[in-house]
Design a protein around this ligand. Structure first.
Ligand code: 13P
Length: 249
């Protein structure tokens, strides 16, 4: 079974209450003409509640960008998966390279966060990706498949999560891998998922992320084993994000 594609926007640390007009414009566009994709927006935590409210009744899902593994406790400044769910989120990005690099997140920690997300009823989008040095050294496939192996819990249902391949060097840089490179990595990720999860490993969409924009979306989204996109900068403006959704056809 081929998974339903997903187009998710990661707003990162961008957006104020005024930015909710962009979310509403995306919902309006989907109301006018639906999409074969599941569409999600992951705003900063400060906007999750308001965005969920603004998108009530629309098919656009709301997600978090990270969560703590524990459900509650003395963890100043952190947010649990249960709290994201309570605020209106239905998915959460985990293991983004900006958290792995900037907050020292290890594969082991990502596993604990994935388990927390599943416990809370959130769908995790688990991010993996090689650095430029790793790609130039010929290690891209080994690094990415190793991250997939080590960032997922032992027992997992393929329908309960998504993987996002985000080469670190493609994020925010305007650079993208060739379609062949994307297909090679996605095919390797699918191989790991099938070996780990059996037939259920076919059910998880594998998103591509890193400088996706209206001009390159169609080619990327129609490549083999690409099950959608995780979009950063181009998800902040509905005028960019809507054509990316439409590029799926
Ligand atoms: P850009 O689309 O801005 O390159 O960001 C990609 C990303 O990191 C999404 O999580």
């Amino acid at each position: 079974m081929k998974p339903r594609p997903m187009i998710a926007g990661n707003w990162k640390m961008n957006g104020l209450a005024a930015s909710l007009v962009e979310a509403r414009a995306i919902a309006d566009a989907l109301a006018q003409a639906g999409s074969s994709a599941e569409v999600a927006l992951c705003p900063p935590a400060t906007l999750i509640g308001q965005m969920a409210e603004a998108l009530r009744g629309s098919p656009v899902l709301v997600g978090g960008q990270d969560c703590r593994a524990e459900a509650s406790g003395a963890f100043t400044g952190d947010i649990s998966a249960e709290q994201l769910k309570d605020a209106g989120a239905s998915l959460v990005i985990l293991g983004h390279s900006e958290r792995r690099a900037g907050h020292g997140e290890t594969d082991e920690l990502v596993v604990a966060k994935v388990e927390a997300a599943l416990r809370a009823g959130l769908r995790p989008i688990v991010c993996v990706g090689e650095t430029l040095e790793e790609r130039e050294a010929g290690w891209a496939i080994a690094v990415v498949t190793g991250q997939v192996e080590d960032s997922l819990p032992k027992a997992l249902d393929g329908k309960a999560f998504a993987v996002a391949y985000e080469p670190v060097w493609a994020i925010g840089s305007g650079l993208t891998p060739t379609t062949e490179q994307i297909v090679e990595v996605h095919t390797a990720i699918r191989g790991v998922l099938k070996r780990r999860l059996g037939a259920s490993g076919e059910a998880a969409p594998i998103l591509y992320g890193g400088s996706v924009k209206p001009s390159n979306a169609a080619e990327i989204l129609h490549a083999d084993e690409v099950g959608g996109a995780l979009v950063g900068g181009a998800s902040l403006k509905s005028a960019d994000f809507i054509p990316i959704i439409r590029a799926l056809g």
